[in-house]
Design a binder for this molecule. Structure first.
Ligand code: NDP
Ligand code: GDR
Length: 327
């Protein structure tokens, strides 16, 4: 019988790559989407259009325990990948309460539903390098203490602790990936990498004059989402549930990213990038750098994309996107 996987957040960047990856592995792939998204197919399913016919989509709400129970008991999946979350940190500062509610309750409801109704289901929680926040050591590994700098980071620490506690208290197979930033041509336009590569393409085609950014000295350890979804699967397909840092082990500034992206279309970023203080965050995470040696050793995982290949992939895709769509 085919293995069944349930993905929350299937319409997002990671959800779409993971769905593709699991279909190729022969899984029956189920996705939980909010009703507003299910009813707005033309906009919300742009990342899944090419595989939509192979997926089983279920409308449901991460904010409702009844809804979560309903889906878990109906599908009884072998694996749940819990990726659904309010994931944009700028927005988390503007709407703290809904970020906390969705991110913490969604995780708690799923864990509780597994414990009560489907205890053999394996569970993956999308933890984040934002949990390290104001970093306590460099580079960060699985033992580095957390110091989140936003309600988003706080919600991810709570999700991480809930996942660990369900593993220890109820002996469920549940684990967290502590994933550092990962990007792709499917990244949402609000995140800085996509904002840059989209603007580079628009400027190249004469549709935009400049690019406003916030803190361009912030450093991130950027990988490619395609590489990172494979690590999620590897975590659920080993004997023992454990938590893993997933990263590239190299970090660059936002300025480095912009410099390379503009250079790829023969432009000088200094002529186009305008730093705007209003785009700075109330409390910034200045620098993140991951040490993923545990994942390399135990999961035999390593990234295929480096920084240059990632930027090239995103710029190329956005040049094609702007040429085709005209915006
Ligand atoms: P995206 O923002 O691209 O996708 C988020 C997904 O969550 C979408 O499917 C979205 O659905 C869904 N979602 C958002 N709010 C709600 C809600 N209130 N109820 C139900 N579903 C909701 O994120 P990514 O794919 O980049 O990330 C996947 C997960 O990994 C997230 O949990 C994120 O926090 C975490 N993460 C991401 C990293 C990264 O660098 N990408 C790094 C570390 C962790 P809809 O289409 O309806 O909006
Ligand atoms: P991040 O990603 O906050 O790390 O969260 P984002 O791309 O939003 O910011 C990265 C860094 O760039 C700086 N920055 C800007 N950011 C945005 N969005 N827009 C700008 O104009 C801009 N200018 C500078 C930010 O201040 C920040 O330092 C992502 C999300 O995917 C989370 O869900 C995930 O958990 C973390 O990565 C790891």
């Amino acid at each position: 019988m085919k293995k069944k996987a349930l993905i929350t957040g299937i319409t997002g960047q990671d959800g779409s790559y993971l769905a593709e990856f699991l279909l190729k592995k022969g899984y029956s792939v189920h996705g939980m989407v909010r009703r507003v998204a299910a009813e707005d197919e033309s906009h919300r399913f742009w990342r899944l259009r090419h595989i939509k016919k192979s997926l089983n989509i279920h409308a449901g709400s991460l904010e409702s325990y009844a809804s979560v129970i309903n889906i878990v008991t109906k599908i009884k999946p072998n694996e749940i990948y819990h990726l659904g979350a309010q994931s944009y940190i700028d927005y988390a500062f503007k709407d703290e309460f809904s970020t906390i509610n969705t991110n913490i309750n969604g995780t708690h409801f799923l864990l509780s539903a597994i414990k009560e109704f489907s205890p053999k289901t394996k569970f993956y929680f999308a933890g984040s390098s934002e949990m390290f926040g104001k970093v306590r050591e460099v580079p960060q590994n699985e033992k580095t203490p957390f110091y989140p700098r936003s309600v988003y980071g706080i919600s991810k620490v709570a999700g991480f602790d809930l996942t660990r506690n369900y593993r220890e208290a109820y002996k469920l197979f549940c684990c967290s990936g502590i994933l550092f930033n990962h990007e792709s041509p499917r990244r949402g336009f609000e995140f800085v990498t996509r904002k840059i590569t989209h603007a580079v393409a628009r400027i190249k085609f004469g549709l935009q004059k400049d690019l406003q950014l916030g803190n361009i000295d912030a450093k991130r350890d950027w990988g490619h989402a395609k590489d990172y979804v494979e690590a999620m699967w590897l975590m659920l397909n080993r004997k023992k549930p454990e938590d893993y840092v997933i990263s590239t082990g190299k970090h660059y500034t936002v300025r480095d990213f912009a410099k390379l992206a503009f250079k790829l279309v023969d432009l000088d970023y200094k002529k186009f990038v305008k730093v705007e203080k209003k785009l700075y965050r109330p409390s910034e995470v200045e620098s993140l750098l991951g040490n993923c040696s545990k994942a390399k050793r135990e999961l035999k995982w390593k990234p295929k994309y480096d920084f240059k290949k990632l930027v090239e992939d995103m710029v190329k895709a956005d040049l094609e996107f702007v040429e085709k769509e005209g915006y």
